[in-house]
Design a protein around this ligand. Structure first.
Ligand SMILES: [Zn+2]
Length: 375
């Protein structure tokens, strides 16, 4: 049982972003794959309490650290809400082997950044797309709580493209909200787009810029650097070298426990705009266990190309479920099956019955973020 839960305290203001919560990120450009041979660098430690800037400055090249878009929106600090009840159980079966994908549209390619003998699932009250109050803010990743000093592991093989302070603005600011952070550009991608992952709030970093790491390799340890209320890892999935504006919901990329599945939803108003922060109740009809999950807040979140979702709830034991919610004082509900190692989808447009059919197969030109070769 989890006794203490902690969150990132930083939020990213959505200033200046194009309106519309389903706005696509800028078209990624093709990046040639780096050499498969790893730089001959020995891992070194960057420790929060010591001299992180000096340690970072020893990194081999700054060229690897520059994401394509640098945003300088200021992080802001808000008062912290009182956590609600814990809706998730404290046990998971072993994970499927990665990469795991039963359909062309699923992409469970990543291991979890915390080992399987500990809590390694998202903080349920503050998932991707979570917001507080009425501010246009977004949680661009998930939080996994763990005791200080717990190992943080690479979610997949790849090259370290960031190690140190300053990830948000690509500088070396020790007050960066991510704290000591590592970013990895993975050796693999999806539909021609390379993936990267981010790990924030470390107390110590055990890898160096440019180093090649394997899946499961220790990157550092859980800490409290940056804007955080307590020890946890802030974990993001991004496309290419992208910044947080290219993030995707990690729960669509982290491999499920064996025999468990993922619920994906798209909930719209009658004018086809997303329903923001709508509370959805999910109940396992076999066991009675209940979950609650909210749809994404406005702006800054990026939906999956295929699902176009604004709700994801991972780590659900396979079985029959009841999904219910209230929209403009009218109650809606549907039954949906959760299947082992797969995503189940429901679609709701206000005023119409809920559909549990999978999205139509997109045309290639719609489905692929077609890479644009660059010279
Ligand atoms: Zn976070």
């Amino acid at each position: 049982m989890i006794l203490n839960r902690f969150y990132c305290l930083f939020f990213i203001l959505s200033l200046g972003l194009a309106s519309g919560c389903q706005a696509r990120p800028p078209m990624p450009t093709f990046q040639p794959k780096p050499p498969s041979t790893a730089p001959s660098l020995e891992p070194t430690s960057i420790v929060a309490e010591s001299t992180p800037i000096a340690a970072v400055s020893e990194s081999p090249t700054a060229a690897l650290t520059i994401p394509p878009n640098i945003h300088t929106d200021p992080p802001v600090r808000f008062s912290f809400p009182i956590p609600g009840p814990i809706p998730s159980s404290g046990w998971r079966p072993p994970l499927y082997p990665v990469p795991w994908a039963l359909t062309p549209y699923d992409h469970f390619y990543l291991l979890r950044p915390i080992a399987a003998d500990q809590v390694n699932w998202p903080e349920p009250d503050y998932r991707y797309g979570g917001t507080y109050a009425e501010l246009d803010t977004v949680h661009s990743g998930i939080d996994i709580n763990a005791p200080r000093g717990t190992s943080i592991l690479a979610a997949g093989a790849g090259q370290v493209i960031w190690a140190g302070y300053g990830l948000l603005r690509n500088d070396k600011d020790v007050n960066d909200p991510y704290g000591l952070a590592v970013a990895i550009l993975h050796d693999f991608g999806y539909n021609g787009v390379r993936l990267s992952t981010v790990y924030g709030h470390m107390d110590r970093i055990d890898v160096t810029l440019g180093q090649h790491v394997e899946a499961g390799q220790q990157l550092g340890i859980i800490g409290m650097t940056g804007e955080t209320t307590g020890p946890h890892v802030h974990f993001e999935v991004r496309f290419q070298y992208g910044d947080y504006f290219t993030s995707r919901n990690p729960e669509l990329w982290l491999v499920p426990p064996q025999g468990w599945g993922v619920l994906v939803g798209r909930l719209l108003r009658d004018d086809n705009t997303p329903l923001y922060q709508l509370m959805v109740d999910v109940q396992n009809l076999d066991t009675g266990q209940k979950w609650q999950v909210k749809t994404y807040g406005p702006k800054n979140v990026r939906s999956d190309d295929y699902y176009q979702e604004n709700l994801v709830l991972s780590d659900l034991p396979a079985g029959q479920y009841l999904v219910s919610f209230t929209c403009d004082e009218k109650d809606y509900q549907t039954q949906i099956g959760i299947h082992p190692g797969a995503s189940s989808f429901f679609y709701f447009k206000k005023g119409k019955p809920i559909s549990t059919e999978m999205p139509a197969t997109p045309a290639p030109e719609d489905f692929l973020d077609t890479p644009t070769p660059t010279k």
